[in-house]
Structures are given as structure tokens and as C-alpha cells.
Design a protein around this ligand. Sequence first.
Ligand code: FES
Length: 198
Amino acid sequence: MSNEGVDGGRRRFLTAATSVVGAAGTVAVIWPFLKSLKPSAKAQALGAPVNADIAKIEEGQQVTFIWRGSSVWVLRRSKEMVENLTKGDAQLADPASKSSNQPDYCANPHRSIKPEYLVMAGKCTHLGCAPKLRPEHPAPEIDPNWLGGYFCPCHGSKYDLAGRVFKSQPAPLNMPVPPHRYASDTLVVIGEDPEKKA
Ligand code: FES
């Protein structure tokens, strides 16, 4: 056998062996990559719905719940607060929330399933500060026509008690309303739509 024949056979063997190792290496690299695409238990928990017990929230009181790592407020509004929501449309940028983020079942002046309870992401739509609940009225230091609402301390954006932003504010939109449903009269599931009953 010539040297050329030996070298040719060895070359073919090395080529085949390299291909097998290469394929195994590819599998070894892809598997952890695919594993990394699967959401971790922590990530899944962060996106999971949150049960909000609203039984003890008093009229005029607001309680914070954490959903997806951010604050969601539940405000229990009085009858007067709900009535006042129909009186300030002229000063609102988007009174019907046409440009704002909310589920269809909250497309009403009170932006909620039940007029009494507002469930809303507690974040200013300008740069994300947490507006302060200012339910009292009048409050001329905030606005001459103040009927109660939220005031952002960062750059002064004003919202009503449904989270609807006033005209000509740094904040461009109403505060978002997350998906939510009532599991009972006193239990709200934040992060689930009413259709998706457990
Ligand atoms: S972050 Fe609220 S007005 Fe700027």
C-alpha cells in the first residue's frame, strides 16, 4: 500500500470523526440554549395572577398589591367619588380612555368592573413615578377645579379618581388598568380576565 493510500484513508477517518464530534458539540450547545428559553419558576411566579383580598378596604382607602413586580392599586371609592367622575370631562385629555391601556370591560367613566373599586397600575405615564392619592376637594393648590384625584410629585401630572390624566400634562396617557376579575365579592384576581375563570 502506498503512503498516499494510507494518508487518504486517515484523512477520511479524521473528517468523519470530526463531523461526529461537531454534531455532538452542536447538540451539547443547543440543549442548554433551549433550556435557557424555558421561563424559570421565579419568572413564571412573577407573571402569575395575584389574589387581592379587598374585604377590609374602607371607603376612600387605597391598598397596594404587587403583580409582575409592580404596584397595582385598589381604591375603594365612595358614592360621591364615583359621581364626580362624570363632572370633570372637560379638563381630561382622554376621558373615554380611547388611547389608554385598559381592558374592554373597563371602558366606562369609572374604568372598572364595579364602580366602587378602581384597580389600576400605580405608575405615572410620564416617567413612571408613583402619583399620590389626593381625594380631598377642593384643593386649589393642585387645581382650581379639583374633585379629587392623583397628583404626581415628580413633574406635576394630575389625574382624576379613575386615573384619567388632565389635559396639557407631562403625562401623555391615563394610568393603565390591568386585566382583573372578581372571584368573589371580596376577592379580585389581578392578571386574569373575567373570561378565564379558574
Ligand atoms: S413622572 Fe409623573 S409627571 Fe413626570
